[in-house]
Design a protein around this ligand. Structure first.
Ligand code: URP
Ligand code: ZN
Ligand code: ZN
Length: 466
């Protein structure tokens, strides 16, 4: 049974051309003209792009005294509605657990729920010799990237000894080290001082995590990785100083080793959003926090000139008003103190549309760069290209028929993310997915959900650069 996607303009990281795409079973078998198939999907007036890949998400994640509100079904459905057909989530190592046990817990969360394909990074929180020796087995586990938190003291943070030992082992086995780069020790002191002084409103979340402490940790992680010879990927870069540390490392010869991402929300918001009326600012509490308006332009320039290689979301949603109606607790946990507000924001659904609207349509990045930042580079850096991230014979038929003429208004009332708010309430987007396919199956068609819980599959990823 074959499907012909007919009459569209194929857009990849490298090319834009008019062609039909023939899908047989789960894969693309031909891209060209004069093809025929058993059924036809009309792509007239639309772009045909590889499905978005979001390499930074936290579904069903215990954090901040509660759990993120999207699970592996609701998060996947929301992703698909936004044109994302694969994501890589963080399997967080409980203290004392092996990496295998950690991954098994996260496989269990996805089991029977996944509607798009997914992978896992292991987030290492505890590195005795036995776990250090287990690291190379992540190649056989298909989870070839690992994150270490330099912040979230007392919860997820590791020290430099742990980070550097992990980097050395990663260098030997071509595992990609990821860091959440903020100086957690200094932040911990600033938080305690703010709380003691009675500075408890949401805005103090941003004021106790200044950009200098992100830049310092970013530079430190980069220098450690350079010495260890490990490939390094800095997640959620928020500001010019941290981004420049990556840019400078790449300029002094480490362009094939040091990489960075920013996330959609960091193009748009500032620390002033945390100072919104009443407790409203809690919706914008995430780490690292939002910075200054001047950083926005610098981040756009960095994704355009390849100082940063990927735009992801750090999708980590919480209810604004949780705790009732079967909802897990949410942002209300921090009404009395910013230090208790669960850190994280929703965004898996909006990423492709916002980047298209404010990136491509606004002339900041090209159509091809949009595909590269959101799909091709994620697949290349994280070991699954060209199975994912390409429109080519042999690639999985994860395809989005993207309508540049579509107009939508983002709203909590109509979104698919399981939260009671969106950061982008009332924002108009120009361009949206018309039809979304995962391995040849239609997931979303003209706003209607056609996907199925349990149909998504784990993607076994190769080591870095292999
Ligand atoms: O605030 C955030 N980013 N929450 C998710 C965990 C993390 O630090 O990435
Ligand atoms: Zn983080
Ligand atoms: Zn994160």
């Amino acid at each position: 049974m074959s499907t012909l996607i007919k009459g569209g303009t194929v857009v990849t990281a490298g090319d834009t051309f008019a062609a039909d795409v023939l899908v047989e079973g789960e894969q693309i078998v031909a891209v060209g003209r004069g093809l025929s198939g058993d059924t036809t999907i009309d792509a007239g007036g639309a772009y045909v792009i590889p499905g978005g890949i979001d390499v930074h998400t936290h579904l069903d994640m215990p954090f901040g005294g509660t759990v993120s509100s999207d699970d592996f079904f609701t998060g996947h459905r929301a992703a698909a509605f936004g044109g994302t057909t694969m994501h890589i989530d963080f399997a967080i190592q409980p203290k004392g657990a092996t990496l295998r046990e950690t991954l098994d817990i996260w496989h269990g969360k996805a089991e029977g729920k996944a509607a798009i394909d997914y992978g896992f990074h292991v987030a290492i929180t505890d590195l005795p010799d036995s776990v250090l020796d287990e690291m190379p087995r992540c190649v056989e586990y298909g989870a070839t990237s690992m994150k270490l938190f330099m912040a979230h003291k007392g919860a997820l943070q590791v020290d430099d000894t742990t980070l550097f030992r992990a980097m050395q082992r990663a260098a030997e086995h071509r595992l990609l080290i990821m860091v959440h780069a903020e100086n957690g020790d200094a932040i911990d002191i600033l938080i305690k001082e703010a709380v003691e002084a009675g500075n408890l409103a949401p805005k103090f979340h941003a004021l106790t995590r200044p950009p200098e402490l992100e830049a310092e940790a970013t530079g430190r992680a980069i220098r450690l990785a350079e010495v260890a010879g490990a490939p390094l990927y800095v997640v959620h870069v928020t500001n010019a100083a941290a981004m420049n540390a990556i840019r400078q490392s790449r300029a002094r010869g480490y362009a094939s080793q040091i990489f960075g991402e920013t996330c959609t929300q960091y193009f748009f918001f500032t620390k002033d959003d945390l100072a919104r009326e009443g407790f409203e600012g809690a919706k914008w509490v995430c780490s690292p926090p939002f910075r200054e308006a001047d950083d926005h332009g610098q981040l756009w320039a960095a994704v355009a000139d390849n100082s940063l290689q990927i735009v992801s979301t750090d999708h980590c949603p919480f209810w604004f008003e949780g705790g009732g109606d079967g909802r897990p607790a949410g942002k209300e946990l921090g009404r009395d103190s910013f230090a208790k507000i669960p850190n994280g924001c929703p965004g898996i659904e909006e990423r492709m549309m916002l980047l298209y609207t404010h990136g491509v349509a606004a002339g900041r990045i090209s159509l091809n760069r949009w595909v590269e930042l959101t799909s091709a580079n994620p697949a290349k850096l994280f070991g699954c290209y060209p199975q994912k991230g390409a429109v080519a014979p042999g690639s999985d038929a994860d395809l989005v028929i993207w309508d540049p003429a579509a107009r939508r208004t983002i709203s909590a009332a109509t979104q698919h993310q399981r939260t009671d708010y969106t950061l982008y309430e009332g924002w108009e987007v120009a361009g949206a997915p018309r039809t979304v396919l995962s391995r040849g199956r239609v997931l979303v068609d003209d706003g209607a959900w056609k996907g199925e819980a349990g149909a998504g599959r784990f993607v076994h990823r190769r080591p870095f650069g292999v």
